[in-house]
Design a binder for this molecule. Structure first.
Ligand code: FAD
Ligand code: NAI
Length: 325
């Protein structure tokens, strides 16, 4: 196939994996993202107290091709295994819940992986694409929210969360309909930092009751430096009921719930920050892999095409690259 000029909208795991594979196949790639950098929901926050992984906490690797790439990423030093002292909290209380599931994290924070994968792929950041203009087959122009036009492109890959993808896919009604049917759930993430380490052996905890879904002692992950940093993530149900709460209200409630799980009052944190994810995870599992309108040169990927995990986002991007080449 001739070298094509391809636009990828969304520089999260799915868009980057599609972009990398398409460039390896000999195409010219331009990634667009509305954020300042890459990574999407694999996001980290850097502070004077060290970093916090605010989105994806770790990833597991189940599928063969993904595991092969994981070996390379381990060798390149982009990721490392994280084996936390793992707990579970339910109506019976807090119990240790060890398992032999390998879990991996980016180095020195989760965005270490997206940054490594992005490499020198061209990224047009802080650019929100609002419209795809299909001038003629294989001739696309992207319009952004400042009135700017980008293109022409031979092919377009949409790698945004389902509701944002649906808005862009109006030009292909069947794809727009599929994206609109894939609803996504919200979530709140709270970062807390303590100068004096909390006196608990817990490094990670799956929570099965109350407002919290997951607790992680971020500073127990490999390669981290800074204070005793914790990340608390809400359940989607609690987030839906607290969508319009202020970050202060969320911090107060989730800190109280953290104390309930750990079994002691949480001292004042010297840093805290609450972040709301409007589209944290797909509400249902679809087995689409990816979507496409090949006659138009339009392709769609993202975790919502397979299930809300980093591995699935990567696989979805790879499927687009396979379909397109
Ligand atoms: P995204 O990462 O959302 O990337 C989409 C990108 O598109 C974004 O960067 C966005 O800015 C951009 N974009 C959207 N619209 C536009 C537009 N119009 N113009 C330009 N750019 C646009 N997975 C795990 O495997 N393990 C975990 O522990 C885990 N924990 C999680 C915790 C939280 C709080 C969240 C939110 C997710 C978690 N996940 C976890 C899920 C994982 O983060 C996602 O599955 C994965 O990152 C999705 O990648 P993606 O590329 O499909 O989408
Ligand atoms: P995984 O295999 O570690 O966990 C999958 C699920 O299995 C966990 O959510 C948990 O309920 C259960 N589990 C696994 N090990 C356990 C143990 N030792 N004790 C008790 N329960 C255990 O990881 P996988 O499948 O790669 O999933 C990724 C993670 O990402 C999940 O935890 C998921 O909840 C989380 N996620 C969070 C989102 C959010 O918005 N907070 C969005 C998308 C994913």
């Amino acid at each position: 196939m001739n070298s094509l000029n391809i636009a990828v909208i969304g520089a999260g795991m799915a868009g980057i994996s599609a972009g990398r594979a398409l460039r390896e196949a000999g195409h010219q790639i331009t990634l667009f993202d509305k954020s300042r950098g890459s990574g999407g929901r694999m996001s980290s926050r850097r502070t004077d107290s060290g970093s916090f992984d605010m989105g994806a906490q770790y990833f597991t690797a189940r599928e063969g091709a993904f595991r092969q790439h994981l070996h390379q990423w381990l060798e390149q030093g982009w990721v490392a295994e994280w084996a936390p002292r793992l707990y579970m909290f339910d109506e019976r209380g807090l119990t240790e819940s060890p398992d032999d599931q390998p879990r991996y994290v980016g180095l020195p924070r989760m965005t270490g992986l997206s940054r490594g994968l992005l490499g020198d792929l061209p990224l047009v950041s802080q650019t929100r694409i609002t419209q795809l203009q299909h001038d003629e087959p294989g001739h696309w122009t992207l319009l952004d929210d400042t009135g700017g036009a980008h293109g022409p492109f031979d092919r377009v890959v949409v790698a945004a969360p389902a509701p944002q993808a649906a808005a862009l896919l109006e030009v292909a009604p069947s794809l727009a309909q599929a994206a609109a049917s894939a609803s996504m759930e919200a979530g709140w993430t709270l970062a807390l930092s303590f100068k004096d380490a909390l006196l608990t052996p817990v490094e990670a905890c799956f929570v099965r009751s109350g407002p919290i879904d997951w607790i992680s002692r971020d500073s127990s992950k490999p390669g981290r430096s800074g204070d005793d940093n914790w990340v608390v993530q809400s359940t989607p149900e609690w987030a839906a009921q607290h969508l319009d709460a202020t970050p202060e209200e969320v911090a107060l409630e989730l800190t109280g719930a953290l104390g309930y799980v750990l079994g002691f009052d949480i001292p004042a944190a010297h840093y805290r920050h609450a972040h709301r994810w409007l589209y944290a995870r797909p509400a249902t599992i679809n087995n689409w892999g990816a979507l496409a309108a090949p006659a138009m040169g339009l392709y769609v990927c993202g975790d919502w095409c397979l299930g809300g995990r980093l591995e699935n986002a990567w696989l979805s991007g790879m499927q687009v690259a396979r379909t397109l080449t």
